[in-house]
Design a protein around this ligand. Structure first.
Ligand code: PLP
Length: 422
């Protein structure tokens, strides 16, 4: 195997003497020493640049999908960069509000919003609620009767578009828990109900076809279906959700944010849909901005079988390999430009044989216990999907920029693990 493809590293990665990795001007080995491991290291300038690219590319609003990576610092960054925020639960709404995101810049998604979540969303003055079901419309009727609230809503439509991604992150097909099916008359029924309703103000339609999508064709098809649906009703707004994929491993390539926007614009023009389209990207804004640093604890060589490299994290800080079979690269930040000629399986410290981070990885042959090992492109759906399995404390997160490292999420302590126990 060759050296790590450098485009998989954050924008502001650079190599020092001996191929030692710096991000945002900070020495990653010193970061591991100072903040401990596992450690998520985010390149702040990279994050801001992706936000700016998205804002420039789309005429409509860009709501960062908070589920990809959420903390107070990330909300503030998105706010400073002029983004809106897509929240999918009352908890995400709470974090957004705690960070000072104005209510009108929030979009509330979710297929099973409780009455309390809807009420919190209305109290926060969210800009749009994306309604997902008739049961939710019943709850909004009840809320209207109780409080007089009449929130502005979009209806989530499932356009029947297939994408080539993992089944668990496919959401645009008919057989899904999300939204109102376009092909069955369900979506028409929901639109008609909203138009007659005094409880909601119907502003437009929403579709999210799936996540980690590499092809632009399905986005074009979704525009075609949804714009076709919206036009007879004169609905002015369209949100196309998120879903743009990113490259995780050597050989993968994904369209840029600008190419994604251009494909959507083109499809709107073809469909004769003139209103600005909004989007909700998550992964495309944050995934490649971060790497995770681990410390190697054991190396088990099984001649003729494989070498297991165990690190001090695992499925509790990055469940994607276990959930979706996702692939990652791995490398040693002390020697990024060194040939990776030793095949290894990078595994975590959890009591599961399936606890793996990199199924088929390559590292330099002189890897040893106590080395810092890294996985790139871990900025999305890693920390946010993490858990405390085996009572492993959640890792710390630092933002690095111009040679400075800022702790934005402190490492959990053992005391945190019993905080809620009575
Ligand atoms: N919008 C909605 C409604 C979603 O469900 C998701 C992801 O699940 C997103 C946006 C963000 O998707 P991605 O991170 O793939 O851009």
């Amino acid at each position: 195997m060759s050296v790590l493809p450098l485009p998989l590293l954050p924008d502001n990665a650079s190599l020092g003497a001996g191929g030692r990795l710096f991000i945002g001007g900070c020495d990653t080995l010193e970061l591991a020493q100072e903040f401990g491991t596992p450690l998520f290291v985010y390149d702040e300038a990279h994050l801001r640049e992706r936000c700016r690219q998205a804002r420039t590319a789309f005429a409509g609003s860009v709501a960062y999908a908070a589920k990809a990576f959420l903390c107070l610092a990330m909300v503030r960054l998105a706010h400073e960069e002029g983004l809106h925020l897509d929240v999918a639960t009352g908890g995400e709404l709470y974090v957004a509000r705690a960070a000072g995101m104005p209510g009108h810049r929030l979009v509330m998604n979710g297929n099973n919003k409780s009455a309390a979540e809807l009420s919190d969303a209305v109290d926060a003055g969210v800009g749009r609620i994306v309604v997902d079901s008739f049961d939710e419309l019943d709850r909004l009727d009840a809320l209207h009767q109780a409080t007089g609230a009449r929130p502005r809503v979009l209806l989530r439509i499932t356009p029947g578009v297939e994408v080539h991604t993992h089944e668990y992150v496919t959401t645009g097909v008919d057989d899904t828990k999300f939204g109102f099916t376009a092909s069955s008359g369900m979506a028409d029924a929901a639109i008609n109900r909203c138009r007659r309703s005094g409880s909601v103000e119907l502003m437009g339609l929403h579709a999210h076809i799936g996540s980690q999508v590499f092809e632009l064709g399905p986005f074009r098809q979704a525009v075609e279906v949804i714009a076709g649906f919206a036009q007879p009703y004169g609905l002015p707004e369209l949100s196309l959700g998120g879903g743009l994929g990113v490259a995780y491993v050597e050989g993968e390539s994904a369209p840029s944010i600008a190419e994604w926007a251009a494909a959507i614009d083109e499809a709107c023009a073809v469909a004769g849909f003139t209103a600005p389209v909004s989007v909700e990207p998550g992964r495309a804004l944050v995934a490649s901005s971060a790497i995770t640093l681990y410390r190697v604890g054991t190396i088990k060589d099984l001649p003729g079988i494989r070498t297991y490299v165990s690190v001090d994290g695992g499925m509790s800080d990055n469940p994607r390999p276990v959930l979706y079979g996702s692939g990652y690269e791995t490398f040693l930040p002390r020697a990024v430009d060194r040939d990776r000629d030793r095949a290894v399986r990078v595994v975590g410290k959890h009591c599961e044989s399936g606890d793996l981070l990199v199924r088929d990885g390559w590292v330099p042959g002189d890897i040893k216990v106590d080395d810092i090992l890294a996985t790139p492109v871990t900025g999305a759906y890693g920390h946010s999907m993490g858990s405390n399995y085996n009572k492993v404390p959640r890792p710390a997160v630092v933002f690095v920029r111009d040679g400075e490292a800022r702790l934005v999420i402190r490492r959990e302590t053992h005391e945190d693990l019993i905080r809620n126990d009575l």
